[in-house]
Design a protein around this ligand. Structure first.
Ligand code: PLP
Length: 372
């Protein structure tokens, strides 16, 4: 979390602890801070503050968008999504499939790209919702979301995008967009964990998912996570200010790391669309060795990387994203995702460049597959 965010939220635990829904002045001043945070988020997204609903995380935003949009059009029974979505979308869609919905999971090519003609063909009168992520959390591949939104709007269907990985990393302008619903999560842009947003464009029909009190204009019940919301607002303000400059620096570091690893380690490959990619993500497969073994050895040097998404790590299945991209089983098992941020330094990248070839060589010496 950004230091500036921490400073902003500290008073909201023990000093400004009033309930924003209360009638008294003590609560009212907290309500004003929530209004400010709503404006800060709206400014980053280029939308109206009334289009912002605060939630508890990206997962809740995705669940609300999907279930809420479907409930608003009960006579339509088809959902279109992709094979490479985050589990916060894919698991919900598969649950709905078990409950009688038709779910179409669009395929991707070797670089993780969609075929928009296939999407267009699939949109029909029974389609209730299209949900397609903005940028992939494992590979960083960015989908042409504005083109997709135009296509879906032409079919008069509601369009949701999981933009958890995109917000704060690439510029968005919802004022000019046909996106109806968009999810984001604060901890992906140096805000606190446990707070998110669902953007709902004016006029989009959405049934509330969390029922109870009248918070968020009756669109999401539950007492607000005030420090989280205030922190997210500040994180959005910082992201808007730093986006261009920081991204250029982060991209330079990511490219340096990636180029050196691909040069120094034989039999490895990049998993992503090279052109349309987030500036901070690099997903590389190393043949003959296990991604988990690389992670453990990196961890000894204090380098934190991941294999697949944090939400699916711990499972021995190779990443569903890489499998959907046709990455062979052996290479998918040996893949690592590096994610950089504005807080990474050149020295850290150089240290990782020094250690990776050592680790890969050591593991390959132990691998029974190398001789084969
Ligand atoms: N969607 C994507 C693309 C993500 O990367 C994540 C988290 O990593 C989520 C959804 C879930 O967000 P949260 O952890 O805030 O629930």
């Amino acid at each position: 979390m950004a230091q500036e965010v921490l400073e902003e939220i500290e008073p909201f635990f023990c000093q400004l602890y009033g309930n924003p829904s209360s009638m008294h002045t003590f609560g009212g001043q907290v309500g004003r801070k929530i209004r400010k945070a709503r404006e800060q988020v709206a400014a980053l997204l280029g939308c109206d503050p009334t289009e912002i609903i605060f939630t508890s995380c990206g997962t809740e935003s995705d669940n609300t968008a999907i279930r809420g949009a479907l409930a608003a059009v009960p006579n339509r029974r088809k959902i279109i999504t992709t094979r490479v979505e985050h589990p916060a979308v894919l698991t919900v869609c598969r649950d709905l499939e078990n409950r009688g919905y038709t779910v179409v999971e669009l395929a991707v090519d070797k670089q993780g790209r969609l075929d928009l003609a296939e999407l267009e063909e699939q949109i029909d009168d029974d389609t209730a919702l299209v949900t397609i992520m903005y940028a992939n959390n494992e590979t960083g591949t960015i989908f042409p979301i504005e083109k997709i939104a135009d296509l879906v709007a032409a079919g008069a269907v509601v369009f949701h995008t999981d933009a958890v990985q995109a917000v704060g990393k690439i510029p968005l302008n919802l004022a000019k967009s046909k996106i109806d619903l968009l999810s984001l999560s604060a901890h992906k842009l140096h805000g606190p964990k446990g707070v998110g947003v669902l953007y709902v464009s004016k006029g989009t029909r959405l049934n509330p998912f969390m029922l109870g009190g009248h918070q968020e204009e009756g669109r999401r019940a539950g007492t607000e996570n005030v420090p989280g919301i205030v922190g997210l607002g500040k994180a959005c303000e910082l992201a808007a200010k730093n986006l261009k400059e920081e991204n250029e620096r982060v991209k330079h570091l990511r490219d340096k790391l990636e180029k050196a690893i691909l040069q120094k380690c034989p039999d490895c490959r990049l998993n992503s669309d090279k052109e349309n990619r987030l500036p901070n993500t690099s997903n590389i497969s190393f043949e003959y060795i296990e991604g988990e073994a690389i992670l453990l050895m990196l961890d000894k040097f204090g380098i934190c990387a991941s294999s697949g998404s944090a939400c699916t790590s711990g499972s021995l299945e190779p990443s569903h994203v890489l499998r959907a991209m046709g990455v062979p089983f052996t290479a998918a098992h040996g893949s690592i995702r590096f994610s950089l941020s504005r807080y990474n330094t050149e020295d850290e990248v150089d240290f990782c460049i020094e250690k990776m070839p050592e680790i890969v060589n050591k593991l390959r010496k132990l691998s029974p597959f190398v001789a084969e």
